[in-house]
Design a protein around this ligand. Structure first.
Ligand code: CP
Ligand code: NVA
Length: 308
């Protein structure tokens, strides 16, 4: 049966580790001169309803390095659900390609693509989650800290799609996670409930707070993201008034562990959720995160498209 990657809630911790381990192997192989072409003759259709730098380029280069081909389908091209129903797009596209990656607004569109596609469907970000980002972030943390279990990640900012995937990912692998958000901007309640359940199994903790200073105390990782996600442009003015106390700046970073790493999925809005000093400072690993998208997605592609 085909496998999709729609939400990290669907993966076991051993499946997550399998991806991280293969990503490590593929990253080393790449550094040693290039990857074995595991996906010769395979192609990936990439549907975008929203803009992208990292997701588009890292998936495209991942396919190229593995000997396959990627097809970029812009927001104007398919017009998912407008020019044609989501189900029909899935039925047609999956007759041509070996895998589909989609970046959408409504998460239900991804689920519908997966339901009607004959080939694996990968979530390249929805309003609900961003699993490829969180898997790459776990990989980056592992690379920097040498372990995951027992570490503490402090999220500071909006309770958004990236946080949802980190809540699933951390609670599955046994990392403690605390999210400091303004009141009214907490992560989705169902996601939090699921993360609590996963954390009980992995003996880790999930906490919510409105206090960024309390959140970063003892943190090994501080993570932030934009205050205004794609699709929330109409709320921009209000959000820019609410969020400034949640800026990741030098004062906040000094309240964490001295060896804390600072993460951001990018794109960054410098001077808003993160200062230049922190983004370009000694704790920042934001560009390693961006690079690791490519290595981790190679592992995902090799596993799902059958080229490992
Ligand atoms: N982090 C991330 O997904 O970046 P893009 O929006 O540029 O793809
Ligand atoms: N939360 C952000 C992530 C961008 C990669 C957004 O959805 O716009």
């Amino acid at each position: 049966m085909k496998k999709d990657l729609i939400s990290l809630a669907d993966l076991s911790s051993s499946e997550i580790w399998d991806i991280l381990n293969l990503a490590q192997e593929l990253k080393e192989e790449w550094a040693a001169g290039g990857n074995i072409p595991r996906l010769v003759g395979k192609s990936l259709g990439m549907i975008f309803q929203k803009p992208s730098l990292r997701t588009r380029v890292s998936f495209e280069m991942a396919m190229k390095h593995l000997g396959g081909h990627a097809l970029y389908l812009s927001p104007d091209e398919i017009q998912l659900g407008k020019r044609e129903s989501v189900a029909d797009v899935a039925r047609v596209l999956s007759r041509y390609v070996d895998g589909i990656m989609a970046r959408v607004f409504a998460h239900s569109d991804l689920e519908e693509l997966a339901r009607y596609s004959r080939v694996p469907v990968i979530n390249g970000l929805s309003d609900y989650s961003h699993p490829c980002q969180a898997l790459s972030d776990l990989f980056t943390i592992l690379e920097k800290k040498g372990r995951l279990t027992g570490l503490k990640l402090a999220w500071v900012g909006d309770g958004n799609n990236v946080l949802h995937s980190l809540l699933f990912g951390c609670s599955k692998v046994g990392m403690d996670i605390v999210a400091a958000t303004p009141e009214g901007y907490e992560p989705d309640g169902q996601v939090v409930e699921m993360a609590f359940a996963f954390a009980r199994e992995s003996s880790s903790t999930v906490e919510l707070t409105n206090d960024p200073v309390a959140a970063v105390k003892g943190a090994d990782v501080i993570y932030t993201d934009t205050w205004v996600s794609m699709g929330q442009e109409a709320e921009q003015k209000k959000r820019l008034e609410v969020f400034p106390p949640y800026q990741v700046n030098a004062a906040l970073v000094s309240r964490a562990r001295p060896d804390v790493i600072v993460m951001h999925c990018l794109p960054a809005h410098r001077g808003q959720e993160i200062t230049d000093g922190v983004a370009d400072g000694p704790h920042s690993v934001i560009f390693d995160q961006a690079e690791n998208r490519m290595h981790v997605q190679k592992a995902i592609l090799a596993i799902l498209l059958g080229g490992r």
